[in-house]
Write a protein that binds this ligand. Sequence first.
Ligand code: TEU
Length: 550
Amino acid sequence: PLDREWWKEAVVYQIYPRSFNDSDGDGIGDIPGIVEKVDYLDALGVDVVWLNPVYESPMADNGYDIADYQSIHPEFGTMDDWETLLEELNNRDIRLIMDLVVNHTSDEHEWFQRSRQGDPEYEDYYYWREGDPEEPPNNWESFFGGPAWSWDDEREAWYLHLFDEKQPDLNWRNPDVREEIHDMMNWWLDHGIDGFRMDVINLISKTEGLPDGEHGGGEHFIGGPQVLEYIGEMVDETVADHDVMTVGEMVGVDAERAREYVAEGGCGLSMLIHFEHMGVDTGHDKWDLQELDLLELKRIIGEWQHTLADDGWNCIYLGNHDQPRGVSRFGDDGEYREESAKMLATFQFTLQGTPFVFQGEEIGMTNTTFEDPEKIRDVEAQNFAEMSLADWADDYAEDVQPILEDMSRDNARTPMQWDDTEHAGFTDGEPWIHVNENYDEVNVAAARADEDSIWHYYRELMDLREENDIFVYGDYETIDREHPEVYAYRRTLADDELIVVCNFFEREPQIEMADLDADAELVVSNYDVDGIPEDRVLDLRPYEARVYRQ
Ligand code: TEU
């Protein structure tokens, strides 16, 4: 019997609220703007919305710096607006999961304000170290570049921040901190949400004494000594009695490690967002873009598919608000934009796991341009540009701009392209970040009007997945692992079988599919396909994808 769960069968749609739809003309997307689009989400056919942070925040990291976990930032609306959103989604059988950001708060959170004043109740809510204001307490580095410590003049001490200096890390060793967080989570659960996406949740435990480390100190805070205990306790105290989904975002986790979080006997999460496949086209760091290593992609995906096959569950994504646009990165955003976006969607929807679709993917939104550094919005990209120009780059346009155009998180954060009117129909005001120039061609209205569009292709995949258990639950097996251009695999469930063939390149490779039946049924493809050749050698066109059933 299948180990059924609604969240295994669901398709999750990620909304980055700042860039989704602006209802009041201030140029910033908001919750009433999402409410205006619930029928859109329903028409697309998604089952769950994951909402990026909408809480009170000074917005140093677009809401991942939270000043109050139990209120909505006025730019996004009110708690009443949020209630309306939940109700309107639920009326359409769409569930809602919220972003839980508890590795750190904003420095403007009341806890930090009191902590920096030395209030005895709060003094140990964060990691403070006294000492020489010229020399940080250890050599840990921030994910956004530079040291992970800042000096606070008020408390006259250093505080730890693994991200921006406005994102101090919470001290999870302190039981009061953990209890506050559990209470807050229960408050949201009482409001009727269907789960959490847990931001960098495997960073919450740090090695006692905060010693120096190698490589920026990661070994002392990635999957730290008590991380399983803290997450397990959090699960027990909050979600355990609710039928909800929990998605841990985890840096530096491989499939074997993942079992400790999502498999039987682990700490109880439903699935996790890992980063392994985000490295298949980069070199020494995220900014160093290389050609896609398809064999490496097969190795990583295969490893995760096998390791979590019968115990645990995968989350399948190719892009989100922290990554460049999937079609620009793994496909082609020029001549073969439509074909490659459909191929990537085919791939995503035919692996075992829950697909996470990031807003705009369903219309093949692409990376954008940064010819003027004034267009940069993201703190990580800003730091990168500044540090590059200080360290090694001679010229912004020549050295920095091309890298940002490939890899900046802002690529994913340009406004959702609804139609071909001004600002792509996103706002009546001035958008907080520029709209991608291609909005007159790439937009929802055009995509919905064209039966062959990427949008309709996503719809078709969602129907297939809903109607056929094999898409969700079938076992996975790689075919022709060494083929350098084509990623092919088999899914099996009882005597049902799918054969998936994806060409990841513009080149036109052949692949021999010895096990393909002469009368296999073509279930879906991004091209018109003739019958199966007698010798079983398939000639594939640029970015061609086919799914057969036999
Ligand atoms: O991201 C975690 C994370 O590791 C990323 O910051 C990653 O290092 C970076 O984006 C690579 O470019 C989460 C959120 O998704 C992200 O938006 C936040 O900035 C970050 O945590 C801090 O809360």
